[in-house]
Design a binder for this molecule. Structure first.
Ligand code: HEC
Length: 106
């Protein structure tokens, strides 16, 4: 991670921690609009596309163990067959969506 990026990320992270209610709301909206069609409303990937792409559940032990930075990077840069969201979502939106994934994992 480049230092500038890290500072920006930590700043955004602390902002989203400071306003969890708002963050969760927008994270939920983003997740439902952009992620749920593959990952499922509950994060398990139990959707026609998710099954087709052999998605792992976002509630899997691997994804629970993954740090927020890991999930952020996978969402932003893409992973395997999933394209990155760098051009579609702001860093703040990605942070919010990661925070929302955490609520699904509980
Ligand atoms: C077109 C279907 C699709 C959409 C839409 C999608 N994903 Fe994915 N996602 C995938 C696939 C497929 C993988 C597994 C990639 C692999 O390992 O080959 C994946 C993997 C991930 C991972 C890595 C951890 C894991 O369980 O494999 C994260 C984190 C993730 N997605 C988050 C998101 C977020 C956040 C969004 C919405 C902004 C999103 N995805 C939208 C298909 C999708």
């Amino acid at each position: 991670m480049k230092p500038n990026f890290r500072v920006a990320f930590l700043t955004l992270l602390s902002v989203s921690l400071a306003v969890p209610a708002i963050a969760q709301q927008s994270g939920e909206a983003t997740y439902k609009a952009k992620c749920a069609m593959c990952h499922g409303a509950d994060g398990t990937g139990n959707t026609p596309i998710g099954k087709n792409m052999k998605l792992r559940s976002l509630k899997s032990p691997e994804d629970i163990k993954a740090t927020d930075a890991d999930l952020f990077k996978q969402t932003k840069d893409g992973v395997g067959k999933m394209q990155g969201y760098a051009s579609k979502l702001t860093d703040a939106q990605i942070n919010d969506v990661v925070a929302y994934i955490r609520t699904l994992q509980k």
